[in-house]
Design a protein around this ligand. Structure first.
Ligand SMILES: *Cc1c(COP(=O)(O)O)cnc(C)c1O
Length: 429
């Protein structure tokens, strides 16, 4: 196991992996196997009793997938982690040990669009619900928490770009209410912010974005700080009391700071099956090796492009917390001091028609529903991801008809600016 006090870029290359014990292979091999031969019947029994850590079946654990979970855990400064089949799977996996029918979460209203749908619609089928609040109104956050609330949820840097959550203030409220703060750290990555250092209990990622970094894998990760006292109240019986779904094991008493992680594997992955595949885990591990290098370039480019756009007469507004004009600029200095990410929205003069022309006129920037790629990406939410909403809802979601969302890549910044320049000329002609 790698020494987790090493620097970020060293951990990004080494954490969670050592030369393959069987072959000496230096890169993490793709263990493309479903099952693992037990040494004997006693070994098998010990594995099933969680008395010994090892591999049983790849829906639960796999060496390549474990290397990924452990690497992200090291980067986030957590105690344990679980790799999942997607970012949305990671969100369900984070909630699963905490929730029961009738329980709710209190969530920031500023979220990735798919998460708003998952929380407002789909989780209701499980008897769970979400109350959405403006997390800048701390009194509203406190007021929304009731006896059935089991978590507070937010994103470090939230869609549609520019909004930075006050993690320290939200962690304090969660603490006082005896519930965990769950932070989606996808758009910041642990290079810009480690939410656990700001008091978060659980961190979730869409590994699909910056962690893999090149748009090749759909994946997710949950990281547990290991610091939450699940037994301090009767709110979390799956962890603090005998778990009927795992022959009456009391996870917190038996496994301490690893209770959440082991429950997520032994019950969550076992029964929900939202498992990462070994090949996807391998690609994501390769991506993470260069996370620090890429993020440095992503934020440098994003700042330069945002500054250029803000001065351009064809632009109405740029929402990027890295700009002094942003209402979240000061908070960004505290939460994401190395840079406010590489995702922001731009309001274009000429409205809906100009935005549609802009996305059609660009050559370097790709028009796609993704973010966090090495390539610069653009989308016009009002004609795509947010077209089901009426105009008032679009405006509220930060996706007004005159707004495009840009995810800045790691290309030469002069080329990104030149493409936007020619696209804006075509769009506003
Ligand atoms: C993409 C994304 C998700 C969902 O992740 P998938 O891997 O697409 O399931 C969740 N949160 C944020 C902030 C995202 O950008």
């Amino acid at each position: 196991m790698t020494d987790n006090t090493l620097g970020f870029d060293t951990l990004a290359v080494h954490a969670g992996a050592e030369p393959d014990p069987a072959t000496g292979a230096r890169q993490v091999p793709i263990y493309q196997t479903t099952s693992y031969v037990f040494r004997d019947a006693d070994h098998a029994a010990r594995l099933f009793n969680l008395e010994e850590v090892g591999y049983i079946y790849s829906r639960l654990t796999n060496p390549t997938v474990a290397a990924l979970a452990n690497r992200v855990t090291a980067l986030e400064g957590g105690a344990g982690g679980i790799a999942c089949s997607s970012g949305h799977a990671a969100q369900i996996m984070a909630l699963f040990p905490l929730m029961a029918p009738g329980c709710n979460i209190v969530s920031s209203s500023r979220l990735y669009g798919g998460t708003i749908t998952q929380f407002s619609q789909t989780i209701r089928r499980f008897g769970w619900s979400a109350t959405f609040v403006d997390t800048d109104d701390l009194d509203a956050v406190k007021a929304a928490i009731d006896d059935n609330t089991r978590a507070l949820f937010c994103e470090t840097i939230a869609n549609p770009g520019g909004y930075v959550s006050d993690l320290d203030a939200l962690a304090k409220i969660a603490d006082e209410a005896g519930i965990p703060l769950i932070v989606d750290n996808t758009t910041a990555t642990p290079w810009l912010c480690r939410p656990i250092d700001h008091g978060a209990t659980l961190v979730v990622h869409s590994a699909t974005k910056y962690l893999t970094g090149n748009g090749t894998v759909t994946g997710g990760v949950v990281v547990d700080s290991g610091k939450f006292d699940w037994s301090a109240s009767d709110k979390f019986p799956s962890l603090s009391q005998p778990e009927p779904a795992y022959h009456g094991m009391t996870f917190h008493a038996a496994l301490g700071s690893m209770a959440f992680t082991f429950h997520s594997i032994a019950v969550g992955l076992r029964d929900l099956g939202m498992t990462m595949n070994p090949q996807g885990a391998h690609y994501t591990l390769m991506g993470i090796e260069t996370l620090g290098l890429r993020m440095e370039r992503h934020v440098k480019n994003a700042k330069a492009v945002a500054e250029w756009l803000e001065k351009d007469p064809r632009i109405e507004a740029v929402t990027y917390a890295g700009l002094p004009s942003s209402p979240w600029h000061d908070r960004a200095q505290r939460i994401v001091p190395k840079g406010a990410g590489a995702l922001f929205t731009v309001a274009v003069k000429g409205g809906y028609d100009a935005c549609v022309k802009l996305v059609d006129s660009l050559n370097l920037l790709s028009h796609v529903a993704n973010l966090g790629d090495t390539r610069s990406l653009i989308i016009h939410p009002a004609s795509t991801t947010h077209r089901q909403l009426d105009e008032a809802q679009q405006v509220k979601a930060g996706a007004a008809p005159n707004v495009v969302r840009i995810s800045i890549g790691i290309e030469d910044v002069a080329d990104i600016i030149a493409d936007l320049d020619q696209g804006l000329t075509a769009a506003t002609a």
